[in-house]
Write a protein that binds this ligand. Structure first.
Ligand code: KIV
Length: 275
């Protein structure tokens, strides 16, 4: 069964949680599908996590399309969401053109960072499903806690309602207090997803490499479910060591010639020479 917007809304209504995970490549998409992730998300965190860029601002539409196409090949039922990169949705017209490029390459919906009511409204009017990303928005801000003080939280809540009214179909909160996301989740009719936004949102999202433990560093909002970095490093070191010490390839990795064919080959070399 395809996990569409209706499926996500039903989960909000029944109180079943929504799972979302970033994904940048085909093999990971296959694993995320197999594990039952609801929203597979091609985030612009591909820039810093995979492409070695210094910031989200370097990520291009072409980068996103390249990774979206790879992920699309591995997604069968999950809702496939893709990030609109920095500078790709500054005006309603530009946003629609770029969003349509994503849809043409297999996205189900697009995520837009920040308070861009006119853009969200335009996309929504043209049938594009938009996830609005509010709170900490990495494309333009340094990490930091949002909506901590009473008046800041009040303003934040108004901005969220504005985006829902503009037509956002999913709202993602990053790095806001648990109490504020609990309040908003109970007031909004659209599903909410959180990262570092407490436990009351309708769903959770993590960066796949963070939860697999790809980096030695950890974020407060993240839980490492694996120690991918240590395990991968140890495996690569073993490979280097075994090649250097002639342990790899072992007998089990070799292909031998049939002895009769080998003898024939040696005769040919002997009689005809090398050419
Ligand atoms: O690109 C990304 O990984 C994100 C998450 C922080 C939600 O936007």
């Amino acid at each position: 069964m395809k996990k569409d917007l209706e499926y996500l809304k039903r989960r909000k209504l029944t109180g079943e949680k929504i799972t979302m995970l970033t994904c940048y490549d085909y093999p990971t998409a296959v694993l995320e599908e197999e594990a039952g992730v609801d929203i597979i998300f091609v985030g612009d965190s591909v820039g810093t996590n995979i492409l070695g860029y210094g910031s989200e601002q370097e990520v291009l539409m072409d980068d996103m399309v390249h990774h979206l196409k790879a992920v699309r090949r591995g997604v069968t039922t999950a809702y496939l969401l893709v990030d609109m990169p920095y500078g790709s949705c500054d005006t309603p017209g530009q946003a629609l053109e770029n969003a349509r490029r994503f849809l043409a390459n297999g996205a189900d919906g697009v995520k837009i960072e920040g308070i861009k009511a006119d853009v969200v409204k335009h996309l929504s009017t043209h049938g594009v499903e938009v996830c609005s990303h509010l709170g900490l928005t990495p494309q333009t801000e340094k990490p930091g806690y949002k909506a901590k003080a009473a008046s800041e939280a009040y303003t934040f809540v108004q901005e969220v309602f504005l985006m829902e009214a503009a037509g956002a179909k999913i709202i993602l909160f990053e790095t806001i207090p648990d109490e504020i996301s609990e309040y908003l989740t109970s007031k909004l009719s659209v599903p909410t997803i959180g990262i570092g936004a407490g436990k009351h949102t309708d769903g959770q999202v993590l960066v796949v490499l963070d939860m697999l433990g790809w980096s030695s560093f950890n974020f407060r909002h993240n839980k490492k479910y694996e120690n991918f970095r240590e395990r991968a490093l140890s495996a690569i070191r073993s490979y280097v060591d075994e090649v250097n010490n002639r342990k790899f390839p072992g007998e089990e990795n070799l292909r031998h010639m049939n002895p009769v064919e080998l003898e024939g080959f040696l005769d040919l070399i002997k009689n005809r020479g090398r050419s």
